[in-house]
Design a protein around this ligand. Structure first.
Ligand code: NAD
Length: 351
């Protein structure tokens, strides 16, 4: 199994190299090949997504991605900016399904902005469609307006096939969890959402063991804060998913804990922590590597057909937390503050 390793910039390099050490302890034959991406890609080849990096990503069975971006590239034209690399990879590899689990570990329930009893034991999965919707719909632009001045416009659009394939991803995921899917839309206002709701309901007929419900996005935003534990899998479009998944991530307390997967139609995927390159702490050896280690667990489960290894890795992360290991972002009095490397070592030892 060949894994393209794209560490990127800032803390990306630190958290990915520690994650590779942990993966090395699993006793599974994994082949790693590394390539520059983001600012590192720009330095190496004048492009955030160099052709060789893209070729490697296409050849590999899965991609382990760190993070990209650095303020020193802020003045570059938009096509050369590090963040373009992620959009390029999604488009070139057809990564249409974004899986974002948000789990609250009992030991970290106190780190959430919400009361511990609201979030303790929380385990939800947001499935966000990633390549359609108003972010990509044509036409779009800024044009003169009849009343003088200008108007901006975008087009929200989803085809039946796009809705069907993301619904299937959500139903399949729910089968491995608590068998509940909540589809989120704005069907009281938007035509796109009316089609979304109809197609998701049709698709549900092939998954009679899954309980499907529908919710308007504004209500869902409220319910995620009021009673997040009512959800198992949430499936939604690109824009609503963008917003709701960030909201859900905050339920868990630290951005340094949350993994993600972006999958194509054949279970090939790109796995990355949801956070960025954290230039403010880069090079200090204090970044939390757990989001990246947990992303590697998703990779084992969804792309490499190694669910038992994924379970072992996640159990080792829980074990390290239970034994009091904390990086600075999740540190509380009475626990043990450790570096990036020592947190990864604590996980590796528990494998
Ligand atoms: P960020 O996620 O990098 O950092 C936000 C805050 O969270 C910072 O204070 C940072 O120190 C902290 N943080 C993030 N990850 C952490 C970790 N693993 N452990 C401990 N603390 C952590 O977001 P930002 O500061 O808005 O963006 C920095 C750069 O990253 C920008 O160039 C941005 O464009 C880029 N970015 C990249 C991605 C990606 O690669 N997928 C995602 C978001 C932002």
């Amino acid at each position: 199994m060949k894994i393209a390793v794209l560490p990127g910039d800032g803390i990306g390099k630190e958290i990915v190299s520690e994650t590779l050490k942990v993966l090395g302890r699993l006793g599974i034959a994994l082949e790693f090949e590394e390539a520059p991406v983001g600012g590192a890609g720009y330095e190496a080849a004048g492009q955030p997504l160099p052709a060789k990096t893209l070729a490697l990503a296409k050849r590999a069975d899965a991609i382990l991605f760190g993070a990209v971006g650095d303020p020193k590239y802020d003045t570059l034209e938009s096509a050369k900016r590090p963040e373009q690399a992620i959009l390029g990879l999604r488009k070139e590899l057809g990564l249409f399904a974004n899986l974002r689990p948000a789990q609250v570990y009992a030991e970290l329930a106190g780190a959430s902005a919400l009361r511990p009893e609201v979030v303790a034991g929380l385990d939800i999965l947001i499935v966000r469609e990633l390549t359609g919707d108003i972010y990509f719909g044509q036409p779009r632009g800024i044009r003169p307006h009849a009343s003088g001045g200008r108007e901006g416009f975008d087009t929200m659009r989803y085809s039946e096939s796009e809705i069907r394939r993301i619904a299937r991803v959500a139903f399949d995921a729910a089968r491995k969890r608590n068998r509940k899917v909540c589809s989120v839309d704005k069907a009281n206002v938007l035509e796109t959402s009316r089609l979304w709701r109809e197609v998701v309901a049709q698709e549900a007929a092939s998954f009679p063991d899954i309980e499907l419900s529908h919710m308007y996005v504004d209500n869902c935003a409220m319910q995620l804060v009021r009673n997040p534990k009512q959800f198992d899998v949430i499936v939604t479009g690109n824009m609503f998913g963008d917003i709701l998944s960030d909201e859900a991530s905050m339920l868990t307390g630290s951005i340094g804990m949350l993994p993600s997967a972006s999958l194509d139609a054949n279970h090939k995927g790109l796995y990355e922590p949801i956070h960025g390159s954290a230039p403010d702490i880069a090079g200090k050896g204090i970044a939390n590597p757990l989001a990246t280690i947990l992303s590697a667990a998703l990779m084992l489960r969804h792309s490499l057909g190694q669910p038992a290894a994924a379970d072992r890795l996640e159990a080792a992360v829980k074990g390290a937390l239970r034994d009091g290991y904390r990086t600075a972002d999740i540190y509380t009095a009475g626990t043990r503050k450790v570096s990036t490397a020592d947190m990864a070592l604590a996980v590796a030892e528990r494998l």
